[in-house]
Design a protein around this ligand. Structure first.
Ligand code: S3P
Length: 169
């Protein structure tokens, strides 16, 4: 791979963190996760931030993280982003400034299975199929439009997804 930054986008549970870590280990890239940066900076977990300050506050923190990263000229970074990042146009501009945007595309059915026992995501307190599909449908067009590269992840191993990404870069 050449000198580049990769920005991973996709719905909650699409594998951004797992794939990002595997890709960075294999290629000696630094792995950065926007949720991690936010929780470190705020010294609070994401559900606490949502509970105490609300979603809009969290969205501002996300934009601030992207602003900071985009003004910093580092290379060879894999950036895993929160699933709601694409919903602000300015975030998409900032992500484009940071690097190549890769959409990890996963169907709501697979997401539903993966997140069944997860309690860390405030927007998925209601884990009914209807809720996940509703949120997914609202966001899907933004993921599609923002991704420079789209990788289907359904029924693929992490290794296979990593190799596909490597083949595109
Ligand atoms: C969110 C996704 C989460 C986290 C927060 C909000 C969203 O990140 O940023 O709970 O709006 O989709 P992951 O996509 O890493 O789960």
């Amino acid at each position: 791979m050449i000198d580049i930054n990769i920005v991973l986008i996709g719905f909650m549970g699409s594998g951004k963190t797992t794939v990002g870590k595997a890709l960075s280990n294999k290629n000696n890239f630094s792995f950065i996760d926007t949720d991690d940066l936010i929780t470190k900076e705020e010294k609070k977990q994401i559900p606490e931030i949502f509970n105490e300050y609300g979603e809009e506050y969290f969205r501002e923190l996300e934009t601030n993280v992207l602003k900071e990263l985009s003004s910093n000229a580092s290379n060879n970074i894999i950036l895993s982003t929160g699933g709601g990042m694409v919903m602000r146009e300015k975030n998409v501009k900032l992500m484009n400034k940071i690097g190549v945007i890769i959409y990890l595309k996963t169907t709501p059915e697979v997401i539903l299975k993966r997140l069944q026992n997860d309690n860390s995501r405030p927007l998925l307190k209601d884990k009914s199929k209807e809720n996940i599909i509703k949120l997914f449908n609202k966001r899907e067009k933004y993921y599609q439009a923002s991704g420079d590269i789209i990788i289907n992840t359904n029924n693929k191993s992490i290794d296979k997804i990593v190799k596909e990404i490597e083949g595109c870069i």
